[in-house]
Design a protein around this ligand. Structure first.
Ligand code: IPM
Ligand code: SF4
Length: 474
């Protein structure tokens, strides 16, 4: 029977099948081998604590890599931090990684950055792998043709101790994006439009394979943006079949295979595709040419419209649950039905995160900002996704473009994506943010988040209200 890419990768990693009789009795789910375990400071302390209490060691420290991202300040501060809780968490991480022999990229080190940004950058994430991390947006890494998913802290401990994970095989979904994106329309707009279309529950329990001409045309940065938000459609993970774009990105990276090993890896990676005729449990087909720049209006990523659109009337939703969600969202967002999205004034712009904090994203935003100024009422932050992205951006003068426009140029971290590191949106005001979640309070108490692409964030910074790049006078 023809196999999907996700099933093929899964099968390669099964150690014990669900239903099999093992030493611990009948297995409730598959036992999978984990090729790469990424860690950050927020979801790993209790896992290391558990190992310590049980007198266990890390089974494969060589396959485990940690970084500091959620809690780190982005104003250039170093330990000791004024924020006592963050300070403690970052120190605990340093101690844990030292004690258990895990490679760590701490605050202030050249390899530090958002965990989902540094993995690919180092060449750690490769086609055909299983990758886990105690973080839902691990889905980002599926862009390399890997099965990459978020796990809970007790599973982090299990993986540290055994390099395996017990997990039921997800069902499969294909999201096929035909045609080509129009000029000015980005991977972020596409991934938001997909969620608006299939809903935040549209991918529940599945592993989504994104495919079709519009996906194949995306660079790795855009593919990561798309897979990053698979989780916001309810999926366990997203993935994209590896191709020459993937291989070109990986070639020569610090941890990529070299020489004969590279050739051997390529031979294998080229086989990683969904076989013709393979059946998916669910399928959605999207026409890329119909996608416009997107802006979210509500408090989940599916509550999104084109920038030409308006805040919908909750009464227009046939589904009672959706109607109630829209009512609640409008109350929180302080928006009236029928308001044109362009009429929403913003206080804050955030360009960064594991969704849109890579070099291509900063280049795109800088392209819009060159020769322009941020509106007087707007505070705008550019936060590189990693210290390496920051260095590269500075090497090509992007920091100067952001600064000249009136942006703050910060150090890398999760920053305003999550509002737990000192970077927040003032209560009751609106932000244009390139992150992936617009939940209530996500960017700070009372913050009203509008999810957008880097280009749209930059254009909104200039106009002081939600706007796309095409709105700006040339
Ligand atoms: C803190 C972490 C567990 C969380 C996640 O799992 O995604 C965070 O990164 C987020 O984006 O909400
Ligand atoms: S940048 Fe945001 S979404 Fe990504 S890992 Fe950090 S908090 Fe989570």
């Amino acid at each position: 029977m023809a196999t999907t890419l996700a099933d093929a990768i899964w099968d390669r990693h099964v150690i014990e099948r669900a239903g099999a009789h093992g030493p611990a009795g009948r297995a409730s789910a598959d036992l999978l081998y984990v090729d790469l375990h990424l860690l950050h400071e927020l979801t790993s302390p209790q896992a290391f604590e558990g190992l310590r209490a049980a007198g266990r060691s890390v089974r494969r420290p060589d396959l485990s890599v940690a970084t500091a991202d959620h809690n780190v300040p982005t104003d250039g501060s170093r330990l000791p931090l004024a924020d006592r809780a963050a300070d403690r968490q970052l120190r605990v991480q340093i101690d844990n990684c030292r004690e258990f022999g895990v490679e760590l990229h701490p605050l202030g080190s050249p390899g530090q950055g958002v965990v989902h940004v540094i993995g690919p950058e180092l060449g750690l994430v490769q086609p055909g792998m299983t990758v886990v991390c105690g973080d839902s947006h691990t889905a980002t890494l599926g862009a390399f043709g890997a099965i990459a998913f978020g796990i809970g802290t007790s599973q982090v401990e299990h993986v540290l101790a055994t390099q395996t994970i017990r997990m039921a095989r997800p069902s499969t979904m294909a999201v096929t994006v035909n045609g080509a994106l129009r000029p000015g329309v980005t991977a972020k707009d596409l991934t938001l439009a997909v969620i608006a279309r299939i809903g935040t529950g549209g991918g529940t329990g599945t592993l989504i394979e994104y495919r079709g001409a519009a996906i194949e045309a995306l660079p790795m940065s855009g593919r990561m943006t798309v897979c990053n938000m698979a989780i916001e459609a309810g999926a366990r993970a997203g993935l994209i079949a590896p191709d020459d774009t993937t291989f070109a990105y990986l070639e020569g990276r610090e941890r990529s295979p070299r020489g004969a090993l590279w050739e051997r890896a390529l031979d294998d990676w080229r086989t990683l595709r969904t076989e013709p005729g393979a059946a998916f449990d669910r399928e959605a087909v999207i026409d890329a040419s119909a996608v416009a720049p997107q802006v979210s209006w509500g408090t989940n990523p599916g509550q999104t419209v084109g920038v030409d659109g308006a805040v919908p009337d909750p009464a227009s939703f046939a589904d009672p649950a959706e109607r109630a969600a829209a009512e609640r969202a409008l109350a929180y967002m302080g928006l009236a039905p029928g308001t044109a999205m362009r009429d929403v004034p913003i206080s804050t712009v955030f360009i960064g995160s594991c969704t849109n904090g890579r070099l291509d994203d900063l280049r795109a935003a800088a392209g819009v900002l060159r020769g322009r100024r941020v509106h007087g009422r707007v505070r705008a932050l550019a936060v590189p996704g990693s210290s390496e992205v920051k260095r590269q951006a500075e090497a090509e003068g992007l920091d100067a473009v952001f600064r000249a426009a009136g942006f703050e140029w910060r150090s890398s971290g999760c920053s305003m994506c999550v509002g737990m590191n000192g970077d927040t949106v003032p209560p009751g005001t609106h932000s244009a943010s390139t992150s992936n979640r617009n939940f209530e309070g996500r960017q700070g108490p009372g913050a009203r988040t509008h999810l957008v692409s880097p280009e749209t964030a930059a254009a909104s910074a200039v106009t002081g209200h939600l706007a796309c790049a095409a709105d700006l006078p040339s």
